[in-house]
Design a protein. Structure first.
Length: 458
């Protein structure tokens, strides 16, 4: 379908039910597939010229965090859409281009490419008095949709250290966020300080250890370093099951990781102040090796920057040409007015991490930080959204949703290290089960029965 035809169809949506999907990353295409299968009319808009979002290196959308050396850290079999396995010729942890190719073939396989309008951004979404949404595109077109699915990703808006380190304004070298890292050319021959021990910090420190003059890895908190393999198997394929309770799963995994790697402090990193599973996992098969080789020098947090130096909180100081802040991301929706929907400090109140209790027919997809992969989750979330659009799934009253959200947030606060990176955490197996139970509950509701809240909600 041509661009013009799509736009015309959408304009007539003032009188029909039609859904707008924002973004054709892995979450957006999961929604498109489900909606197409159910015969739910939709249009999907994508800033870039191809699908795959974050996984398209040098994506013209300008917001992909991909770098040349990026491989997935959730294994192929955990990440693939269950009904569309990745090719067996792929390695266990494929590179970004394999993953982008896989998402591309997913769209062709299910045949909905014509429903995606490429190089077309959604610039604004606002509520209308009739309960639908005004949608303005980057082309200037004004459309009306009955439902909107937000799948714009949550790893594209860099969070720099807040506040900036003293002296950073006078630093002569370069300071970048990991989002701006593309490849080793940016590191070659330099004195590089990498800050943060999330997965970006791991990858970029390892890259730097091969290309930079010196590599320092600064961190304010210790992390358990989870290897990619245990017993010759991708670690995320061990022990994952809806039937094994989360606390037992993480206790067991913590034991196995300790047996495999020992204490991170043995490698010069800080001792973690939390148990495994109480922070987003840091997965790396290579960092410990590079630390042991002396190719990466561990440091505590940055205290300040000099003109050509970085000083750490233990009083040591090193020459520095480049500081790479691997300090995570903000959850942002540039197309909403802030007082309509926003996520200050990455906090957003959504029922089941999908539904706004305040705005009907507005859905958020892939807006979770799983201990596990996002893709199968996004697909199951999309199934629940489709049930809601078609009337098979009814939400509880706003008060009950708010209560459920608050209970979950308190649980998250008790379990996770206090950090802006831990506001939308879910355990893959437990959350998949929760979504499955919601889907299974659809039937009685469709018949007009009372739908009880799931156990997690009470
Ligand atoms: C470096 C890195 C590595 C990662 N590795 C893994 C991993 O191994 N496994 C894993 O499960 N997760 C990983 N993640 C998490 C990542 O968020 C997911 O892999 C995945 O990209 C989520 O897909 P998405 O569709 O939700 O978001 P994205 O991939 O970010 O896609 C969002 C899409 O929406 C489009 N878009 C945004 N705004 C608009 C707009 N206004 N109008 C139109 N289009 C718009 C964008 O162009 C983009 O194509 C990683 C994240 C990073 C940063
Ligand atoms: N496939 C892959 O291999 C891969 C590679 C990169 C990223 N990813 C994914 O991308 C997402 C983002 O990862 P990320 O590593 O970019 O971000 P992240 O997980 O949010 O980690 C941010 C790190 O920076 C630290 N930090 C934040 N602000 C700081 C400050 N002001 N001073 C000092 N330290 C600070 C955090 O410490 P605290 O814990 O103390 O807050 C944490 O160690 C995750 O889902 C991750 O799994 C995957």
């Amino acid at each position: 379908m041509s661009t013009i035809e799509t736009a015309t169809t959408a304009e007539t949506a003032t009188t029909e039910q039609r859904t707008c999907i924002i973004g054709a990353g892995s979450s957006g295409i999961a929604a498109a597939r489900v909606l197409q299968e159910r015969g739910i009319p939709f249009d999907c808009y994508e800033l870039g010229d191809r699908v795959g979002g974050n996984w398209v290196f040098k994506n013209i959308n300008g917001v992909s965090a991909s770098y040349r050396s990026l491989h997935i850290n959730t294994s192929r079999e955990r990440m693939e859409f269950p009904d569309f396995p990745m090719p067996k010729r792929y390695p266990d942890f494929p590179r970004h281009d394999h993953i982008a190719e896989y998402f591309d073939s997913f769209v062709d396989h299910y045949g909905f490419r014509d429903s995606i309008r490429f190089e077309t951004g959604v610039d604004r979404v606002g509520p209308r008095d009739d309960g639908r949404f005004d949608v303005r595109l980057s082309t200037g077109e004004q459309l009306v949709y009955s439902h909107v699915i937000v799948a714009n990703g949550h790893h594209w808006d860099p969070r720099m250290p807040e506040p900036a380190f003293p002296g950073s304004e006078d630093f002569n070298g370069e300071q970048i966020h990991s989002h701006a890292y593309e490849d080793e050319k940016q590191l070659t021959g330099k004195d590089v300080v990498v800050l943060g021990v999330g997965n970006s910090g791991m990858d970029i420190a390892v890259d730097a250890s091969y290309h930079a003059k010196n590599t320092y890895l600064a961190h304010r908190r210790g992390a358990h370093i989870v290897p990619k393999y245990l017993f010759g198997k991708p670690i995320d394929q061990i022990g994952g099951s809806e039937r094994l309770p989360g606390p037992i799963r993480f206790w067991l995994m913590g034991l196995l990781v300790k047996m495999a790697n020992g204490d991170p402090s043995k490698y010069g990193l800080k001792k973690p102040d939390h148990k495994l599973g109480h922070a987003h996992p840091t997965v790396s098969g290579r960092i410990l090796d590079r630390l042991c080789h002396g190719a990466i020098k561990p440091k505590p947090n940055i205290e300040s920057l000099g003109e050509d130096t970085v000083r750490f909180v233990d009083g040591t100081e090193v020459d520095a040409d480049l500081v790479v802040y691997c300090t995570g991301y903000k959850i942002t929706f540039p197309f909403f007015d802030e007082d309509f929907i926003s996520a200050p400090d990455n906090r957003i109140d959504l029922y089941k991490y999908i539904f706004s209790p305040k705005v009907e027919n507005l859905y958020f997809l892939g807006l979770v930080q799983p201990l596990g992969a996002i893709m199968p989750i996004a697909e199951r979330q999309a199934e629940l959204i489709a049930e809601h659009i078609t009337g098979g799934y009814t939400l509880p009253a706003a008060g009950a949703m708010e209560h459920d959200i608050s209970v979950k947030q308190q649980k998250m606060k008790r379990r996770y290290v206090a950090s802006k990176r831990h506001t939308i955490q879910v355990d893959f197996d437990d959350y998949m089960k929760e979504l499955r139970l919601e889907l299974e509950s659809c039937r009685p509701v469709a018949r007009g029965g009372e739908r009880p809240l799931t156990a997690a909600a009470v």
